[in-house]
Ligand binder design. Sequence first.
Ligand code: HAM
Length: 437
Amino acid sequence: MAYKAPKGTQDLLPAQARAWEAFKAKALQVFGLYGYEPVETPIFEKAELFLRGCGETCDAATKEIFSVFSLGAVNCLKADQPLKADQKLALRPEGTASVVRAIAEHNLVPQGGAPAKLLYAGPMFRCERPQKGRLRQFHQVGIECLGATDPSADAEMIIMCMRFFEELGLKRKSMTLLINSMGCAQCRPGYTAAVKAFMQEHEAELCEECQRRIETNPLRAFDCKNPQCYEVMEAAPRFSGHLCPSCRDRHEKVCAYLQAAGIDYVEDPRLVRGFDYYTGTVFEVQVTEGLGSQSAIGGGGRYDGLMGEVGDRDLPGLGFAVGFERIMLALEAAGVCIGCPQVKPVYVAVVDDSVRPQAFSILQQLRDAGIRAEGDTQGRSLKSQFKVAGKMDAALAVVVGPDELAAGQVTIRDFSTHEERQVGIGQVAQQVASLLA
Ligand code: HAM
């Protein structure tokens, strides 16, 4: 085979594509209860939106950005409009920056206005080393809320996320909710300096990447997958000891709201998350079954500084995103199917070629009546049409034969009871509908 899907991507074949549709519909239903409305942003944006001048301090998620470029006048499929050399575009690695950009661009939160609550779903692109649960093109559903300051909004985000997982069919006890506070512009520098000093003391024990992080982004060392770094960072200072009174108060309030809502959580001082924009509350949901090392099925938090970087005024924000492919693995391990067909088809079989026009018309009548109907388009024998009907798990067959047709009738066969009945040609749709009911 000359062409295969690129490494780290996968086709969503009908069962997965149906699951994806069901997944999005569930998100609209659950998050709609909290006032979230759908939004669609471009799949590519100016690369700077995702990089935001981060240069060397960029963490993994931003280093993994796919850039988009024109193949130039020679190779470009549509060479009359090549991209300008200085116009760097990138495939979105996540939805947050794009949604915040759209909110700023369209002024969706005017001064004094109510928070903007937006929901998005679609493919995201990260040039990561592919493995189980980690793809280069994957699908997320996410929500973003811009303009809410109260700690109850942080708790509501987490509660909504857990509710969505449960509504999809994941059991609460199969999930672990981790939460932490990343502090704010007042307390983060002091904490970062304390971690940096600790890492300098232990530099020789850290991997090369973490040694670099001492200068660029010390907190990311908490997320290092190297077992030795993990052990060293166990003894590093914890943020809880460095939070300013306002961040501590917010964190305590968020925890109190979660307790009141009966949501179990684990405080994880090592939870730092992969994007640099977080401030205050961060959370992640992990599952134990079906995913191996890529166990995070969703996560997010507060990002009160992002709008100031992307737009031209400050606006507090928070949100989360969940990964479709990882959740599918977790649902599979739990034996839950989403988007499975609810309605079995009806198969219209022809006894010979002479009745194909009438069978064709019966098929249309069934569909006009809202009944899922299938028929033969390959010139198969009756026996082989029944085999096909069996494979598609048809509930009924409508058998169209020249003799019955001459008497104005067709035969309906019920595949579960093996009963057969003759019905008038004008009553097929009505009879089929009542048998299916
Ligand atoms: P994230 O933790 O990078 O956060 O991604 C959210 C979820 O997307 C992960 O928990 C995981 O389920 C899934 N995911 C991430 N990378 C991959 C991958 N390479 N392959 C398969 N699934 C993946 C964000 O994206 C933030 N924008 C969340 C957010 C929204 N924070 C605030 N608002």
